[in-house]
Design a protein around this ligand. Structure first.
Ligand SMILES: Cc1ncc(COP(=O)(O)O)c(C=O)c1O
Length: 355
C-alpha cells in the first residue's frame, strides 16, 4: 500500500465546526452575517462568461492591494485566504524538526501547516487573562526557531498585543520569519504594515473574510520584504486567486464606507452583548475583534447545545476552560441569541453566577 509522509500519518483530519442544517445563525466562525458590499456583489453579477473561461491574472490585484497598504507590489502577495499565506510560509521556512513558536490558545491552522512540514510546534501559553506572553516567547526562541506567529488581535481571545512587544520579538529572532496575523485588523486599527520592507523578517497577513464579508470568495494578502516575497512566489501556484476575488477587489477596497459602517456596528453590538453577559455574571474578555470570548463555567455545554437546538451555533473552545466564542452578528441577531441564552440559563434555577 502506498504511504503518505510520516508527518502526515500522525495528523487528524481537520473539519470546520458543524454543518448542522438546522442552524440558521452561525456565530461560530467569525464570519460576517451582514454579507459583502453591494458594490462587490454587483461587480460579481456583472462578470461575463468569457472572463470566467480565462485563467485569472493576479498582477493587477497586487498593484491595487499594494497601493491600499502603502507598499510596493513586490512586497505583496495575494493569497487564497489568509490560510494560504500561512501554508506558504510554513512550506518555505520550516524544514523537518525546525521549530515554530505560537501563543496558545491559537487559531488551529498554524499547527496543522507546520505539522505538514514535519516541524515542531512550540506552544507558549498566554499570560493570565490571555495577555500576550512576550517574555515567554523570547525565552522559547532557539537556534531551531524558523517561524514565530503572532495573531494580533488573537483568535480565540480577542486580546491585542502591544506594538513594542511585537517589535521585541522581531528583533530577538532575526533569523526567523515572524508572521503577524492581522486577520481582525479592521476591528482594531493596530498594525505593523508600516514596517514591512524595513524589518527583513516581518510578514503581515490580512484577510477579506471578516470585515469585508468575503469569506466565501477566499482572498487574503501576505506582505513582506520584497526579497522574501520573491522567494515565496517560487512555490505559489500561478492561479491561486480566482476570478471573482480578483474582479471584486477594486470595489471591495474602494467601498470604505461599507466596511466602516459594518465595523462600527460590530463594535457597538459587541460591547452591548459584553455588558449584557457581564450583567448575567458571565465574564467576557475585552475584545478588539468581531467576536467575544465568554466564560460560562459548568454551563458551557448546556449553553452550546441549547443554543444549537434553537438554530444558533457558538464555538466551543476546549482550549479556554469553560469558555465559548461568540461571533458578533447584527444587533437584532444578537438580541435573539441573548434571549435564547437567557431561556437556557433560566432552566437551571439552582444555578449561581459562575464567576
Ligand atoms: C487568526 C486567523 N487567521 C487566519 C484566518 C483565515 O482566514 P481566511 O478565511 O482568509 O483563510 C482566520 C479565520 O478565521 C483567523 O481567525
Amino acid at each position: 500500500m502506498i504511504k503518505v509522509r510520516e508527518c502526515i500519518r500522525g495528523m487528524r483530519e481537520y473539519h470546520s465546526p458543524l454543518t448542522n442544517a438546522k442552524v440558521d445563525l452561525r456565530l461560530d466562525l467569525n464570519e460576517s452575517t451582514t454579507g459583502c458590499s453591494p458594490r462587490v456583489l454587483a461587480k460579481i453579477r456583472s462578470l461575463d462568461s468569457k472572463l470566467l473561461a480565462l485563467y485569472p491574472r493576479r498582477e493587477a490585484g497586487e498593484k491595487l492591494i499594494a497601493d491600499f497598504l502603502g507598499l510596493e507590489p513586490a512586497e505583496t502577495f495575494l493569497t487564497n485566504g489568509a490560510d494560504e499565506g500561512i501554508d506558504i510560509l510554513c512550506r518555505a521556512y520550516l524544514d523537518a524538526r525546525d521549530e515554530m513558536i505560537i501563543v496558545v490558545p491559537a487559531f488551529a491552522m498554524y499547527e496543522i501547516f507546520a505539522q505538514a512540514s514535519a516541524a515542531k510546534t512550540v506552544r507558549v501559553p498566554a499570560m493570565p487573562d490571555y495577555n500576550f506572553p512576550v517574555e515567554g516567547i523570547l525565552q522559547a526562541i532557539t537556534p531551531r526557531t524558523r517561524l514565530i506567529v503572532i495573531t494580533n488581535p488573537n483568535n480565540p481571545t480577542g486580546i491585542l498585543a502591544a506594538r513594542t512587544d511585537i517589535l521585541r520579538v522581531l528583533q530577538a529572532a532575526p533569523d526567523a520569519a515572524v508572521l503577524l496575523d492581522e486577520a481582525y485588523f479592521d476591528f482594531c486599527g493596530e498594525t505593523l504594515v508600516d514596517q514591512v520592507g524595513r524589518i527583513p523578517n516581518l510578514f503581515v497577513t490580512r484577510t477579506f473574510s471578516k470585515a469585508y464579508g468575503l469569506a466565501g470568495v477566499r482572498l487574503g494578502v501576505l506582505a513582506g520584504h520584497a526579497e522574501q516575497i520573491g522567494l515565496l512566489r517560487r512555490i505559489a501556484p500561478p492561479f491561486n486567486i480566482n476570478v471573482f476575488a480578483l474582479e471584486c477587489l477594486a470595489e471591495a477596497l474602494d467601498d470604505r464606507e461599507f466596511v466602516k459602517a459594518y465595523v462600527n456596528q460590530v463594535r457597538r453590538t459587541r460591547e452591548w452583548l459584553r455588558g449584557e453577559l457581564e450583567k448575567m455574571g458571565f465574564k467576557c474578555w475585552p475584545s478588539e475583534t468581531n467576536f467575544l470570548l465568554a466564560y460560562f463555567g459548568e454551563l458551557r455545554l448546556q449553553i452550546l447545545q441549547g443554543m444549537e437546538a434553537q438554530g444558533i451555533a457558538l464555538r466551543d473552545r476546549p482550549d479556554c476552560e469553560g469558555c465559548l466564542r461568540i461571533s458578533i452578528g447584527t444587533q437584532q441577531e444578537m438580541e435573539r441569541a441573548l434571549a435564547v441564552l437567557k431561556e437556557i440559563v433560566a432552566q437551571k434555577p439552582a444555578w449561581q453566577a459562575v464567576r
